[in-house]
Design a protein around this ligand. Structure first.
Ligand SMILES: [Fe+2]
Length: 179
């Protein structure tokens, strides 16, 4: 189940409206999307993209995104720990990071330190099937594949170069990630 968790206050909610309001206020778009037809585990990238085209296409056109793909991480992959490490340190991007969770789950962590919040507001959104997030460029974040190591997600890009991670080396992530 989708959850917003604020470690500082030990506060959590599963209410999609509350999650949306909290994130929207801080510049992160959150929505719930439904497929136009049922999908199975075996469906390929083009079938998956087609099932969400009614949501995807208007968003991409409105915001100037050029391409979409589907990333598929599952527990039988042999490089899972290396893959987890790749996303697990705080970083930013020079373009928005947009993800739609077709299946599985993962934890998006945000370090929202800015003039709106206290000086240390780290929040975690456990994303599950049906969640759409658009994270603006420059927002500090990291992503944890554990404990499920199962994520099937649509990614959209203006250019893949923009999505390259710029690591902050702040070490903030280490305070929150489970070993
Ligand atoms: Fe990222």
């Amino acid at each position: 189940m989708t959850e917003l968790y604020i470690p500082k206050n030990e506060w959590r909610t599963n209410n999609a409206e509350e999650i949306k309001n909290f994130l929207t206020f801080r510049g992160i778009s959150f929505a719930r999307w439904k497929a136009s037809h049922p999908l199975s585990q075996e469906d390929n990238e083009s079938t998956i993209l087609k099932a969400y085209e009614h949501e995807l296409r208007p968003f991409m056109d409105k915001h100037g995104f050029q391409s979409a793909d589907v990333i598929n991480i599952h527990p039988k992959m042999d490089n899972l720990l290396a893959l987890r490490e790749k996303f697990l340190s705080e970083h930013t991007h020079s373009e928005d990071e947009v993800r739609f969770f077709v299946d599985g789950s993962g934890k998006f962590w945000f370090n929202l330190k800015n003039e709106i919040d206290d000086d240390d507001l780290v929040v975690c959104v456990t994303c599950t099937k049906g969640d759409f997030l658009s994270v603006p460029q420059g927002i500090k974040h990291w992503f944890d594949l554990a404990p499920e190591y199962f994520v099937k997600a649509i990614r959209i890009f203006t250019s893949k170069e923009g999505w390259v991670a710029q690591y902050t080396q702040s070490g903030v992530d280490k305070k929150y990630n489970q070993v």
